[in-house]
Ligand binder design. Sequence first.
Ligand SMILES: Nc1ncnc2c1ncn2[C@@H]1O[C@H](COP(=O)(O)OP(=O)(O)O)[C@@H](O)[C@H]1O
Ligand SMILES: [Mg+2]
Length: 243
Amino acid sequence: MLLEVRQLTKSFGGLLALSNVSFTVEKGDVVGLIGPNGSGKSTAFNIMAGTFPPTSGQVLLEGKDITGLPAHQVSARGIARSFQLVRPFLHLTALQNVMAGRMYGHEPVASTHQAKTEAMAILAFIGLAEKNQTKAGSLTVMERKWLELGRALATRPKLLLLDEFMAGLTPTEVNAAMSLIGEFKEQGITVIVVEHIVKAVMNLSNHVIVLNAGTKIAEGSPQEVSRDPHVIKAYLGERYAAH
Ligand SMILES: Nc1ncnc2c1ncn2[C@@H]1O[C@H](COP(=O)(O)OP(=O)(O)O)[C@@H](O)[C@H]1O
Ligand SMILES: [Mg+2]
């Protein structure tokens, strides 16, 4: 077991954003985390990535308790994430952004030369090799999104958390993102994806977890989850009706 989340609860003032949510993630899994807006998906990511601590509950990575560790320490242990609202270092070039990931992540390299070589390979992988000298602030929103994925990959994560990475991508880009995510497994990277593109989530994931109003209402294979009446009522019915 790579990750175990035990009875996570998070309240913001009077609002219960997550309530007693537990699940496990196996190495090599692609887990889909779905649910309506406001159901607690980003909150779960924020807690796992150390952006803020839970009100109660635990996060264990490879059996070690990492609950409440600050983001840079969580990154050093091997969890990387992309933000729903992307935020690369705008004053740094694309290359410097990815190099920063390589030098401050999990198993970081000390040599700037080596970091540069590896960062260039990652930029090629995400289609930004030619923009390596462009400041992140001058990239398009979509390019920044790919850059942020590059920076996350550069930290050599064991677990990658992707928060609505596909939102706003063209159908061609969605396909590119899906095949990229498909390749992560061979690189030893386990992924949890939050996405509203239900078809993409169901195709990519071997395990799906459904949140609704801060509570886990279902989990299982994509087939099991998409047949579950509670899931259809809370989420899928409305999504399918909209498409
Ligand atoms: N930093 C925060 N401060 C106060 N309320 C928050 C904060 N982050 C999220 N929330 C609230 O928690 C609930 C869950 O939000 P979120 O985890 O972002 O949902 P999702 O990602 O599933 O759309 C929402 O009601 C949201 O308004
Ligand atoms: Mg969210």
